[in-house]
Design a protein around this ligand. Structure first.
Ligand SMILES: CC(C)(O)CC(=O)SCCNC(=O)CCNC(=O)[C@H](O)C(C)(C)COP(=O)(O)OP(=O)(O)OC[C@H]1O[C@@H](n2cnc3c(N)ncnc32)[C@H](O)[C@@H]1OP(=O)(O)O
Length: 258
């Protein structure tokens, strides 16, 4: 598959997607987002792939939706196209984990796409923000909702109302990113992390992702019951037998993903 706005590579069990519109700081055009959706679907369907990494360039993960593409749209256009939702939410429907490896700007839709991933590894150069207010609009792909869940109302409100960016250290303190690594090591570290995840039992990985995400969608009691039922169901897998036998026999497990 030939893509124009992204690069796609397979590194063993890791599906690597690199946003690649360097002249526009990886602005998320509709073509880029359509290509991203196709690449994600291909990795989802590929049994050899256990985890994905989504990254950008040194200067920008992505500087938001493509402003030049949307500037002349009317209300009727955006409403009838359901502009920004269609295509973008593909990321949240992936069952395999997706790691965002963010260096440089992750602004507007760039920050929203990073937050749709399962966790964010940040380079020390990363800058996050929802600057839509500065161009006369508001976040349209989850910025007001996901950022608030990550960093709390006060910080999310300030960032969305002022367009202020936060650097990697503030983002880590606030719980937006899982950890910070030096920019030169970001991709290697993201791939190493993805390889580790891909080496775990696939059913357990998918169940863990579903269960953690359930924490955002339901009550604590329902979430705990859901987790318990998934935990019970791992005992129907060969990998649970293998994992626990390997522990008892003091050897590395050989998961078969079944
Ligand atoms: C998804 C929604 C619904 O939530 C909506 C959005 O995402 S709206 C977009 C929100 N993002 C922004 O408002 C950020 C816009 N970009 C910037 O503020 C700056 O580019 C910067 C601070 C990220 C970097 O500044 P600087 O280093 O000075 O580079 P520039 O010269 O500004 O940019 C280089 C080049 O990239 C083009 N560019 C940058 N961002 C976008 C964008 N979001 N859409 C389209 N094009 C973008 C910029 O125009 C420059 O290109 P040329 O004009 O030189 O051809």
């Amino acid at each position: 598959m030939a893509y124009e706005c992204i690069e796609v590579d397979k590194r063993g069990p890791v599906g690597l997607i690199t946003l690649n519109r360097p002249k526009a700081l990886n602005a998320l055009s509709s073509q880029l987002m359509a290509e991203l959706g196709e690449a994600l679907a291909a990795f989802e369907a590929d049994d050899e792939v256990g985890c994905m990494v989504l990254t950008g360039s040194e200067k920008a993960f992505a500087a938001g939706a493509d402003i030049k593409e949307m500037q002349s749209k009317s209300f009727a256009d955006v409403f009838s196209e359901d502009f920004i939702t269609s295509g973008w939410e593909d990321l949240t429907r992936c069952r395999k984990p997706v790691i965002a490896a963010v260096a440089g700007y992750a602004l507007g839709g760039g920050c929203e796409v990073a937050m749709m991933c399962d966790f964010i590894l940040a380079a020390d150069t990363a800058k996050f923000g929802q600057p839509e207010i500065t161009i006369g609009t508001i976040p349209g792909s989850g910025g007001t909702q996901r950022l608030t869940r990550f960093v709390g109302k006060s910080k999310a409100m300030e960032m969305c109302l002022t367009g202020r960016m936060m650097d990697a250290e503030e983002a880590e303190r606030a719980g937006l990113v899982s950890r910070i690594v030096p920019a030169a090591e970001l991709l290697d570290e993201a791939i190493k992390t993805a390889e580790r995840i891909a080496g775990m039992s696939r059913p357990s990985v998918l169940m863990t992702k579903e269960s953690v995400n359930r924490a955002y969608e339901t009550t604590l009691a329902e979430g705990i019951k859901y987790e318990r039922r998934l935990f019970h169901s791992t005992f129907a897998t060969e990998d649970q037998k293998e994992g626990m036998s390997a522990f008892a026999e003091k050897r590395q497990p050989n998961f078969k993903h079944r």
